[in-house]
Design a protein around this ligand. Sequence first.
Ligand code: JFZ
Length: 468
Amino acid sequence: MIKLKTITNKFILSIILAGLISLLEVQAQEKVEQKTKWFTDARFGMFIHFGLYSVPAGVWDGEISGRNMYAEWIQKQGNWPYGIKDQEYQALAREFNPTQFNAEEWVLNAKAAGMKYIVITAKHHDGFALWPSKVSDFNVMDATPFKRDLLGELSDACKKHDIRLGFYYSHWQDWEHPGGARPPIKQFNSIPPQIQVTDKDFDIYWREKCLPQVKELIENYHPSLMWFDTWGDPQIITDKRLDELISLVRKTDPNCLINSRILMRRKGIENKVDFLSMGDNSFPTETIDMPWETSGTMNHSWGYHKLDYHWESTEGLLRKLVGNTSRNGNFQLNIGPKADGTFPAASIRRLREIGAWLFVNGKGIYNTNPNPLKNVDWGYITWKEIPEGKVNLYLHVSDWPQNQDLTLPGFSILPEKVYVLESGEELDFYPHQGLMVKLPPTPVDSRITVIVVETDSELFKKYILKTR
Ligand code: JFZ
């Protein structure tokens, strides 16, 4: 009897403990979600590649920059396969004078496009800092005729217009510091071949430039996120260095988000960072449960390249934004400003076209959740709760069915109403292999038309979310 009692007590105790632990886990999880909420709610951000490389804009001595046409790589890829002498490249600082730069104009361009944050190259692989760094003279204030705190001006303009700001910082490669990593040798057939730095030299760079600059950036400008960049197999970023950099960011600002490219191929990196960065221009086809983003370009190069004519259509860019959103991801769309500090007209036109689409259809993008159903072949699906106990399902129709019949397989509940988001026009619907919606003969927007399916929230959660 006594024995039985202790067993029951133990049993009860372990239940209480287990309950407590899972409560703590839930709380920790909620804390993580709170921290990244602004990011996932935003869905759309601007990437900016701006630096000394914007001056030659992909062309050196009349020759187009070699290999992969990334203008920001011209130091290593100009005059291919020999590269440009470091001194010669770094002398570009004396020509860096973006007199037309107007931080507010940049921010207003992002805002008009419907973007909620900006991530700019504070320091790219060339090692040049866009802020007056006390750590290295190779910066916008000390080395150029421009002599203005570009990041500071941008940071002020972002605050004024309620846009979040983040920094790209090349922590691995730095071609200015003797100890910064050089391009990964295997991928790089330059003449003479690149020689990688020793671990000892890298350590000097790490302590002398990388860590202090990251600290300086966070303390001076309080970025909402840090976007670090590795790929391939950079053994130089050891676990110890990885942890050191992460804890520096955490200690300096616990709210600053960190992306997974801080060590891309490291197993379990998703547990140490706040969001995943996909490979450049790569777009997953299934939902990923943690916050993530794809960074993409409108043409090919990231830095402004005057001979890069591979401009993508606004429709293609919209599909990427909507596609990522429907899979719980963000789209970080790049701009390469020209040497004078202005955005290329081709970029501005696309930004405004996307912004016009979002002006009408943004309700189906911002603050939404990923597709609760299976993938559909006519487009993409998002949803969110709206006031008065309702849920809106947003059907982003990119491939308009010829017969006007839009099927939502697996949608087993009857909505309260279905309408075109842009016009408010109500549409007929009936249950058939899920839900069938009768579309107008032609799309309201030939690129992507959004149809809203308004349902009762309880029903939606019980019959749609549960059956995933
Ligand atoms: C890096 C940079 O080298 C490049 O200049 C640019 O800044 C881009 C955003 O990031 O390039 C990469 C990084 C990762 C991959 C490809 C290019 N990748 O994982 O496929």
